[in-house]
Design a protein around this ligand. Structure first.
Ligand code: ZN
Length: 84
């Protein structure tokens, strides 16, 4: 008989360092569009699957640059429409 000892998944080696993502107020900014996490004071937005599944405390919503541009493009009237 095989004895299947409970094998726990190893701690995820890619667990991010929260301190890298907290701003001066202790908040982490998550893009509401794609759920990337911003590194404070940078334009770096990182995909962190662990946090998408279970976000850390004190997360605030934001928009990363690609998502911002996408939203902006969506609501911006097309210039063709303005031509009489
Ligand atoms: Zn985004």
């Amino acid at each position: 008989m095989e004895n299947h000892a409970s094998i726990e998944a190893p701690a995820n080696p890619a667990t991010p360092d929260e301190r890298r993502y907290r701003d001066a107020d202790g908040l982490i900014t998550m893009c509401i569009g794609c759920h990337r996490m911003q590194q404070p004071d940078t334009d770096n937005w990182d995909v962190i699957p662990q946090w998408e599944a279970s976000p850390p405390d004190q997360v605030t919503g934001g928009l990363c640059i690609p998502c911002f541009q996408e939203q902006y493009a969506r609501y911006r009237p097309r210039s063709d429409d303005a031509v009489a």
